[in-house]
Design a protein around this ligand. Structure first.
Ligand code: ADP
Ligand code: MG
Length: 360
């Protein structure tokens, strides 16, 4: 039977534009003989709009310019999304596919809103999303499950004056990565090698969060693995990001074709290394209570040790994105992957709705 889904994208996040591109790819790839899709964009100020596919395909598309404003109505069994100016409800639908990256989209806040609306949605739930988003909390949880991560210290904006470069380098060494606790796409992330670049990096990271991490630089290969599933999650083959120079920053992720090369699958890894990486990624997924999907990024050191860099709970779905490509290489086509993700969302919603919410 034909299912109706809402593809939700945009949002109040520096990754707003990436999300529009991810949504365009999903829209174009989804099997239209199985799914009807409504496009709902969240503008940069957080307002929801129903958008037309032909507008969304346009590279100059801006959410809210031509769309119809939407009001949300929790507590109803149907009719949860209302076209405000027309007083008409959106047709009933089976699931929401949020492909919103970064703060306000991937950090549990949107997931909480979708729970309040009692809607099945793709990707991890509230707790998993928020723990995976905060790089400090994430590290603490995975460490308690025996998974290695780069040593780090946390600094809050109100404690900025107390930062002591010497003390930090004594503890973590002189190659440091400074990053906002909650962000993505390398926004606000810098490498520092001396006190001047360190101070600049701190300023940069505090633009995007009031909590930042200072991390020891790990000398290792950057390997990524796609995980899919609820209780019985599976790991894809592993891929590698190889930088020609510098760090894997925003530019090399989306803008410059030759700054970074993706190898899918990663080359020159032993079977044992691949298995250990996949097992670590599954262990990260489990420790953080992730469901639906996540791309898990690790470092593999020359000593063969696997360190978690970070999980991404709503990873990029652009045409060059690793998550769908890893599954493609592992035998799941783009359209089938989308279908699986939607079915996982519906399964979880049905499972959780069996939990008793009253005492009788
Ligand atoms: N501790 C580290 N050691 C070495 N490289 C790092 C470290 N932390 C980050 N990087 C580099 O910076 C990039 C972006 O950092 P990351 O923590 O993944 O931020 P984001 O969540 O924005 O993607 C990584 O892909 C990697 O190239
Ligand atoms: Mg990253």
């Amino acid at each position: 039977m034909q299912k109706r889904i809402i593809l939700l994208f945009g949002g109040k996040s520096p990754e707003h534009e990436i999300s529009i591109v991810s949504a365009r790819n999903i829209y174009n790839a989804i099997d239209k003989s199985k799914f009807d899709v409504d496009l709902v964009g969240i503008s940069k100020n957080g307002t929801w709009y129903l958008e037309k596919p032909e507008e969304h395909q346009n590279s100059a598309f801006v959410i809210g310019e031509k769309g119809k404003k939407i009001a949300l109505i929790p507590g109803e069994s149907k009719n949860k999304l209302l076209l405000l100016d027309e007083g008409v409800f959106l047709s009933d639908f089976d699931a929401v596919f949020p492909i919103t990256h970064g703060p306000n989209g991937e950090d549990g806040t949107l997931q909480g809103l979708l729970c309040q609306l009692d809607l099945p949605f793709v990707g991890p739930g509230v707790l998993g999303s928020s723990m995976a988003m905060d790089k400090d909390i994430c590290k603490r949880i995975v460490q308690s499950a025996g998974i290695k991560t780069a040593p780090w210290v946390v600094v809050y904006k109100h404690e900025k004056e107390k930062i002591n470069y010497k003390e930090i380098t004594n503890k973590l060494g002189s190659i440091l990565f400074i990053k906002p606790a909650n962000m993505g796409s390398s926004i606000g992330v810098s490498k520092s090698t001396d006190e001047i670049s360190f101070n600049k990096a701190i300023e940069q990271a505090f633009i995007f969060d009031t909590k930042i991490l200072i991390e020891k630089g790990i000398n290792g290969r950057e390997i990524e693995c796609a995980v899919l599933g609820n209780e019985l999650a599976e790991a894809s083959c592993v891929g590698e990001v190889v930088m020609n120079q510098g760090i894997y920053d925003f530019e090399s992720k989306y803008k410059s074709a030759d700054a970074a090369q993706l190898f899918i699958p990663a080359q020159n890894l032993s079977e044992d290394e691949v298995q250990r990486i996949r097992n670590t990624c599954l262990a990260v997924y489990k420790a953080l209570g992730l469901e639906g999907m996540s791309r898990v990024d690790v470092f593999l050191t020359s000593e063969g040790e696997v360190y978690l860099n970070e999980p991404n709970t709503l990873p990029g779905f652009t045409s060059i994105s690793m998550y769908p490509k890893l599954w493609g290489e592992s035998g799941i086509k783009y359209a089938d992957l989308i279908e699986k993700l939607i079915n996982l969302a519906i399964d979880r919603h049905n499972r959780d709705n069996k939990i008793k919410r009253d005492r009788i």
